[in-house]
Design a protein around this ligand. Structure first.
Ligand SMILES: [Zn+2]
Length: 168
């Protein structure tokens, strides 16, 4: 479902340098805190932070920002290859898994994330084989190394996620 369940005020138009921007990738994150605290923080005006979706450990999903809007998720950024640009928020659809190291994501959480990614691909008309569009925050954040989510400490296996979305 791309319908908003917990609308966040922290979003803007998908535009850069006065021109509309077409999203090119899913960007995955960890929130670093609990599901409840992440949803609460991202729906507060004062936080200036949001994700399009937050996925909890029981597979629960909150939708905070509509797909045609930039969620404020990536911060200072440089696009990984094959893309170019420093407007990561406008270029990505951001899905955050609640939690972070040392507690591993749950099976239900990873399952729900895969489902969310498939829905996102369908929404943007991306074929499921285009799994290069599944990226992590670490690949966008500038300077490189500023963010290690969601793969730091081996937390999330992006290759496994890509395999599951592709269905092989
Ligand atoms: Zn992040």
């Amino acid at each position: 479902m791309l319908t908003l369940t917990h609308p966040s005020p922290n979003h803007s138009a998908r535009r850069y340098a006065g021109k509309p921007v077409t999203p090119v990738a899913v960007c995955l994150h960890w929130t670093g805190g609990t599901y409840k605290s992440a949803v609460d923080w991202c729906t507060r005006d004062e936080s200036d932070v949001s994700y399009a979706k937050i996925v909890g450990p029981n597979g629960e999903v909150s939708t905070l920002v509509a797909p045609d809007r930039s969620s404020w998720s990536v911060g200072k950024s440089q696009a990984p290859a094959p893309w170019k640009g420093s407007h990561g928020n406008a270029m990505t659809y951001n899905i955050a898994l609640a939690g972070g190291p040392p507690t591993k994501p749950t099976t239900a959480q990873v399952d729900a994330t895969v489902q969310c990614i498939k829905e996102t691909f369908a929404h943007f008309g991306w074929p499921l084989r285009d799994v290069f569009r599944i990226t992590g925050h670490h690949e966008w954040a500038m300077p490189r190394g500023r963010k290690v989510d969601p793969v730091g400490s081996g937390w999330l296996d992006l290759e496994e996620i890509r395999r599951r979305v592709r269905g092989t």
